[in-house]
Structure formats: C-alpha cells, structure tokens
Ligand binder design. Sequence first.
Ligand SMILES: Cc1cc2nc3c(=O)[nH]c(=O)nc-3n(C[C@H](O)[C@H](O)[C@H](O)COP(=O)(O)OP(=O)(O)OC[C@H]3O[C@@H](n4cnc5c(N)ncnc54)[C@H](O)[C@@H]3O)c2cc1C
Length: 427
Amino acid sequence: MTVHVVGAGLAGLAAALSLAGRGRAVVLHEAAPVAGGRCRALPDGTDNGTHALIGANRAALRFLSRIGARARWVEPEPGGLPVLDLRDGSARRVALSPLAWRDAALRPAGASARAVLALARLALPLRDRPVAEAMAAHPEFHRGFVEPLVIAALNTPSAEASCRRLGAVLRRLAGPGAARLLVAREGLGPDLVAPALATLRRAGVEIRLGVRLRRLVAQGGRAAALDFGEGGAVALGREDAVVLATPPWETRRLLPGTPAPEDHVPIVNLHFARPAETPVRFLGLLEALCQWVLVRPAGVSVTVSAGEAAAREEAESLAPRAWAELRRAALAFGLPGPWPEAPPPCRVVKERRATPRHAPGPPPLPARRPLPNLALAGDWTLPALPATIEAAVRSGEAAARALGAGRRAAAARGAAAPIAAPARPGG
Ligand SMILES: Cc1cc2nc3c(=O)[nH]c(=O)nc-3n(C[C@H](O)[C@H](O)[C@H](O)COP(=O)(O)OP(=O)(O)OC[C@H]3O[C@@H](n4cnc5c(N)ncnc54)[C@H](O)[C@@H]3O)c2cc1C
C-alpha cells in the first residue's frame, strides 16, 4: 500500500504531497544529498539559479500555499520591470502584461498595434515555426520584449523557439494578475525546499536522501522492485506503486524506450557576494550577456538563460563582464549601496541540462502511466507547458491522480493485481 516516489525535485515533492493528501503511505527517494533538483539550494545556501514565478503559475502558487511558503515569495517590481538597454543606455519600466500597455510609460519599445497583434496571433494554434521568423516584421518589439520573454519562458533563443510553446505561455499571461512576477525572498532553500520537506514529514512521508535508483525491475507487465544499490532494494507488493519523477535522461535509462527530450539547453548563474540591507529587486538587461539581475540582502545574482556560449566560457572572464553589466543597471535605477568597479567574490553555477530545447514540432509525449503501478512525473512529461516549476508541480499532481485512477479501476473490477490500460499520454 506504499507509493515510492523517486526524485525529490518539484515534480516528486508535489507528487508526494498529493499522494499523502490522498491518505497513501509515501516514501520519497532522492539521489542527491539535498532535495529540490534543478531548483535547489547549494550546500552554502546559494540558489543553484534564480527562479521566478508568475501569477499564472496557479499550481506552483497553490503548492507554495500548501507548504506554508506563499508569503515568502514576493513581488519585487509591482510598478513594472526596470529594464536597461545596453545598446543605447536607455532605462525604462516595462509591464509584463499587455493589459498594462495602455499606459505608454509601461509599454515596451516598438509595441505598435500591429506588433502586439502579431504577438497575440502566436497564442492561436497556428503552424509551428520559430518565434523570430513569426515576428520578423517587428524587429524592435521582438528585440525589446519578445526575445527576452522567449528566453525567460522557453530557455531557447527566439530564432529556434517554437511559436506553439510560446503560445501556451501567452494564453496564460492574458488574465488579470497573471503576469505578476514573484521571487523567493531569501532563497530556494528557506522559501521552497525546506518548507516542502517539513510539510511532507508532518504528513508522515518518509524521506530518503542520497539514494539513487540504479535499476527498476519490471515483471509481468508491472514494476516489481526498486534497486537502490547500497541504498537497498525494495520489493513492490501487489498494492505498491511508483512515481518516477526523474529527469528525462534518467527516466530513459530506467525505462528504456520512454519518449523523452534529448536536446537540452544550459542556464548559467553568477552569484556575487554583496551582503547589504536592501529590498529585493529584479532588473532586466537588453543586448547583454545577462538577462536578469536579482538583488537580495545576501547578494546579487545574474542569469544567463539559453546560455550555451556562457556555459563554455571560463568563470574568470564571465564574472567581470556580468558585474559590469549589473553595475550599470544598478546605477541606472539608483539601487542603494556601493557598486564598486571591481567585482566582489563570485560563484558561477552552470546547469548544463537546465531545460529541454523548446524547438518547433511536436515534443515527445510519454504515457503518464506506462505501467499499471508506475506513473511518470517531471516538467518534461507535460510538454503542453514549457519546462518550469509549474509544469513540474502539475506533472507530480497528475501522476498522483493517475495512480489513484488505476487503483479505482482495479477496485471496480475486484482485482487484487490491476492490469489496467496505461493512462492517456500527458494526462
Ligand atoms: C538555473 C535554472 C533556472 C531556472 N529558472 C526557472 C524559473 O525562473 N522559473 C521556473 O518556473 N522554472 C525555472 N527552471 C526550471 C525548473 O527548475 C524545472 O522545471 C524544475 O525544477 C524541474 O523539476 P522536476 O522535478 O521536473 O525535475 P528535477 O528538478 O530535475 O528533479 C529530478 C530529481 O530526480 C533526482 N534523480 C535523478 N535520478 C535519480 C535516481 N536514479 N534516483 C533517485 N533520484 C534521482 C534528481 O537528483 C532530482 O532531484 C530553471 C531551471 C534551472 C536549472
């Protein structure tokens, strides 16, 4: 009667929470010494990378509420995102929601009625092609708004990014409050991972860190055993089930033949130690190495998404370039504190497989429940959305539901050993 959740990224954490809420006994197994996966705190407390949520991320925000951490995520720029354009040094505030563009002061450069209409058309399920191609007639709007949005949402350069995948984002951005941008006040450790683990423990979930699933044994068309090497083996009883919430490459290794993305794109973050009494701030940069600057009391972080070139560059040359850019932005928007020319100590974190590349064309779509007692979770298993916290949380909840549906179907048949049809792909 136990569900074994493998992988304690956001998908696994959400699956475990959902299953515990359904009264299931849950054991959560994680290979790394810490939980959080691609959204985690490093041993010194630094985030692996800046993570932002938007108001449209309803499942992620609901998850934060359930773990008692919603108030720990703050909106740093309620008056519009401060953006510095390094091409000409112009500094302006830009609203992320097109609903706010009636105010000319918050409108991105080049946002003519025709350009905005061209962007709105991408929300329709039209022919898939690269975003840059679809927006070619509106170069200024593309440069100042669409390309940064694509890189932030899809972690893929606009010249390669799928219109369809961006369309899914645009449809969600339209509602009131949907474009509100939120970040963790202190960091992913205290504001996400620690409260999630504490909530799971209170709900009776057993958490095993540092145990890697080496092999998944399938027998008779169902998951029969989990082999954690030195971490022990688990024989699965007839009522036991598994949620495999591992990244695509690991899921393919454990369950060969699973359709999964193979091409990934890095994100590089540089974290500068600059402790200061400061409110949380979030700035954007155009025509720069870095796209985002996050200022928090513990330090300043910059993000290089779609960072293939940056991932190849040495930290020694990246850090001074990034610092010079963020310093210009800080001075342009009058952020308090000294901003010396020399960069403070910096930690560079390169996440080489941060997300799949969101290119045009149908993404791989694995079955949610490829075996009667095994469901898949992970941001990549819900390719209707870009690979984000929202997709991860939704996928974890969908996996929990799929196992529940399998149990109900088996109970209705009065069968102790359910051999149900796998759940619909992506459901
Ligand atoms: C630098 C960076 C910045 C990002 N920024 C944003 C952002 O601003 N907003 C946003 O919404 N999203 C962002 N994302 C994406 C977001 O982090 C991911 O979509 C999300 O964390 C994926 O969660 P997941 O649970 O699907 O996968 P993962 O986080 O990859 O979790 C999988 C877990 O499984 C574990 N595991 C793997 N193999 C095994 C095994 N054999 N046995 C046991 N455990 C195993 C791994 O250690 C890991 O903990 C960013 C990602 C990165 C890397």
